[in-house]
Write a protein that binds this ligand. Structure first.
Ligand SMILES: Cc1cc2nc3c(=O)[nH]c(=O)nc-3n(C[C@H](O)[C@H](O)[C@H](O)COP(=O)(O)O)c2cc1C
Length: 333
């Protein structure tokens, strides 16, 4: 299976291992990206950032455009619907130091679609391509990539629109596309169509194609690479609460038993993650973030349901420390 493991190339960037952290709203923030980097994630994407948020001075813009030197190569993902606004936001994150500009034409959230953003653009190929061209013109020399869905609807001319966007984007100068093999209408339900990923790779043999959908374990990531021929596999739900995913994928690729974190490993990681969120968001928001992450980290705990219930009750820094003490005890002390 390891014969499919070539480095992933995104323009001039070489990513040494082809299993990467997906853009994940609520999860792939700077804190979690740094956690995943520490466990050998080779390439990460930000959460989708609304273009207008990057155009107004303030704390939010400051936080979104913060790039850490330990977090490279990193893609900054943009969400928007107006070519000029997306282009202006691309300049902001390009100047901030993001290595790649990724455009989100995939988000299925109702409010996002209602505003003509995200996955809505899969049904408006001409507008999608106008955005692509405006961004490419605005950040010459920066790799620009797209996150697409297989189609907007399952019926109609959905697939035709996909091919128009994909061909048009590559012709215009886009470096790579990541394809979530579900329709926008499907949201996250049902199976991702990996057969579609194979077809996309066959249609663009010399282009970089990253696959997304149903990469729930490290084994799935390698299977996707092997079965579909895509150049990279994007770990999304599979990596939420399991940052060891990337190490496990490397283990499997090298025929080693995939690493399983002990409770002590988990405790150390949760503590470090809390310190990062505290530094980035301050203690109050940091605790809120960790409550959410803690609920997901619980899946690796020997008593997941108990740990999950306890994490959900954390509201203060003291409660967080008590939670760690009782559910992830430090036997060394
Ligand atoms: C909680 C959550 C947040 C997500 N946020 C984003 C996002 O901000 N940008 C994006 O392009 N995709 C986003 N996605 C989609 C994932 O990147 C991925 O394409 C999708 O989950 C399919 O992969 P999976 O079936 O392996 O989870 C999100 C998915 C989830 C579950």
């Amino acid at each position: 299976m390891t014969d499919c493991l070539k480095p992933l190339r995104i323009g001039g960037i070489t990513v040494d291992f082809p299993v990467v952290l997906a853009p994940l709203a609520g999860y792939s923030d700077l804190s979690y990206r740094l956690i995943c980097r520490g466990l050998s994630a080779p390439y990460c994407s930000t959460e989708a950032m609304l273009d207008t948020h990057l155009l107004h001075e303030g704390k939010l813009k400051q936080r979104l455009s913060r790039v850490d030197e330990a977090d490279h190569p990193v893609a900054g993902q943009l969400l928007g619907c107006e070519p000029a606004v997306m282009a202006a936001a691309a300049v902001v994150i390009g100047d901030a130091g993001y290595d790649v500009i990724d455009l989100n034409f995939a988000c299925p959230v109702r409010k996002v679609l209602a505003r003509g953003r995200g996955g809505f653009l899969m049904s408006r190929p001409e507008l999608a391509l106008d955005i692509v061209k405006a961004v490419l013109d605005a950040v010459p020399g920066k790799p620009v990539t797209l996150k697409l869905r297989r189609s907007f609807r399952d019926v109609d001319q959905g697939e035709e629109d996909f091919w128009r966007v994909a061909h048009g984007a590559f012709d215009a100068g886009v470096t790579a596309i990541c394809v979530h093999a579900r329709s926008v209408e499907q949201k996250y339900r049902g199976r991702a169509d990996w057969g579609f990923l194979s077809r996309v790779k066959r249609a663009f043999p010399d282009r970089t194609i990253i696959g997304s959908g149903d990469v729930l374990t490290a084994g799935d990531a390698l299977r996707m690479l092997h079965e579909t021929g895509v150049d990279g596999a994007s770990a999304a739900r599979g990596a939420i609460g399991n940052p060891w995913f990337f190490r496990q994928a490397r283990d499997i690729a090298s025929s080693r038993t995939p690493f399983q974190p002990s409770l002590a490993d988990q405790r150390e990681l949760l503590s470090r993650h809390f310190e990062l969120t505290r530094e980035i968001y301050g203690p109050r928001v940091g605790v809120k973030k960790m409550r959410n992450f803690g609920i997901h980290y619980a899946r690796l705990h020997p008593h997941p349901a108990q740990a999950r219930r306890a994490a959900a009750l954390v509201t203060t820094e003291k409660a967080w420390r008590d939670f760690l003490e009782s559910h992830y005890p430090d036997f060394r002390g």
